[in-house]
Design a protein around this ligand. Structure first.
Ligand code: PEP
Ligand code: MG
Length: 377
């Protein structure tokens, strides 16, 4: 797939296994489209810049997602070298697959809980998840993006129930709708000058409590008789948002519980968590810890907002780094405070799925990482 701009909804429409590689002239490595490409295990170069699209037409391309290079119609020798690299990559993948049942334990005995990020097709992604891990982040906005209208409560119920009931002993963390920014809904257009600082995540759903309530009711109904649902709130920047979200969840809980009791069924209270991805919350962690059950660190947005670098803008992509000292100091501080507050904390941003990122997070003390199925193997 070669396009001027590859968006997340566009990618999500391709059946799994249909794409060999992705090249996008605009965008960046940290966009949601890039995250989806990684989850699909498809090599992608995003934000190629300055190349006319027509130049890539009908050409053989070698796409190196590791280095971010696209090689156009290479000479025979370069071609042979690329083919050799592809074979080596396949052999490495096979070796990794054969070791995927090993415990997630370091040589010095440090045990990690590894979870998977899903959203594209949660059932299928769980099948590909050979480690059999629970879900640390279900991006529920992706099934919304794949439709032409808001899914009804019943449609959402069926989607969530199939996942929760298929894995009753594994934690399933479902994030409430996080649209806005580079995750648009075709049937709910938002036009803003500054979408990443605009109407995203919890801001939008609290302004439209009917959307939030329908989704939470669907999640709760789907969890009747089960104990594995956890609800995660995206893009929180202030305590009042948590209070309001908690109030709405409580309302939905009592409504659904009444129905459950009438049918002689039990509804368990789900754990409620907050995404730590807007820097403001880092300074109020103690207070927030008293209001929720767990934290999940979104390093993708945390990096974007701490460094004031648009995660989707190829022009400033070289400034976007989750290894920037300020991001690492923030991550360390988050772990220390969470530990003092005795509140569980997971990292679910892309950093958790990078080998060096995972190592740094482990060294800080984090013991729960959630990543795409491809990185998890
Ligand atoms: C994050 O921001 O790190 C995150 C996990 O959420 P998303 O990438 O969906 O914004
Ligand atoms: Mg985010």
């Amino acid at each position: 797939l070669v396009a001027r701009e590859v968006s997340a909804p566009m990618l999500a429409e391709f059946p799994v296994g249909k794409l060999k590689a992705i090249v996008s002239i605009q965008g960046s490595n940290n966009s949601h489209a890039a995250i989806l490409a990684r989850a699909m295990g498809v090599p992608a170069v995003m934000g190629l810049g300055g190349v006319p699209l027509s130049m890539l037409n009908d050409q053989e391309l070698f796409v190196d997602g590791y280095s971010g290079q696209v090689v156009l119609a290479p000479e025979q020798q370069a071609r042979n070298e690329f083919i050799q690299l592809i074979l080596e990559e396949e052999a490495l993948n096979e070796r990794i697959e054969s070791e995927s049942d090993q415990p997630a334990k370091s040589v010095d005995g440090c045990e990690m809980t590894l979870l998977v990020n899903v959203g594209l097709s949660a059932g299928l992604e769980m099948e590909q998840n050979k480690q059999g891990a629970g879900v640390g982040l279900y991006r529920t906005e992706i099934p919304f993006m794949l439709r032409e209208r808001f899914p009804s409560e019943q449609e959402q119920f069926e989607l969530y129930h199939s996942l929760l009931s298929a894995h009753p002993n594994k934690e399933m963390t479902m994030r409430t709708l996080d649209v806005g920014g580079d995750k648009p809904l075709s049937y709910f257009p938002i036009s803003e000058e500054n979408p990443f600082l605009g109407w995203r995540g919890i801001r939008l759903t609290l302004d439209h409590p009917e959307i939030f309530l329908i989704q939470v009711r669907a999640m709760l109904r789907a969890s009747i008789g089960l104990t594995n649902l956890q609800i995660l709130l995206p893009m929180v920047s202030s305590i009042s948002e948590i209070d309001e979200a908690n109030r709405l969840i409580k309302q939905a809980f009592y409504e659904v519980k009444e129905d459950a009791i009438k049918n002689n069924k039990v509804l368990f209270k789900p754990a409620i968590g907050v995404m730590l991805e807007v820097p403001a919350v880092i300074f109020q962690l103690e207070l927030i810890a008293k209001k929720v059950d767990f934290f999940s660190v979104g390093t993708n947005d945390l990096t974007q907002y701490l460094l004031a670098v648009d995660r989707n803008n190829s022009r400033v992509a070289q400034l976007y780094s989750s290894y920037h000292p300020s991001v690492l100091i923030a991550l360390n501080q988050i772990f220390q405070t969470s530990n003092l507050c005795n509140i569980p904390v997971t990292v679910c941003g892309e950093l958790a799925g990078e080998p060096s990122g995972a190592l740094i997070l482990m060294a800080m003390g984090y013991r729960k990482l959630s990543m795409n199925a491809h990185s998890l193997r």
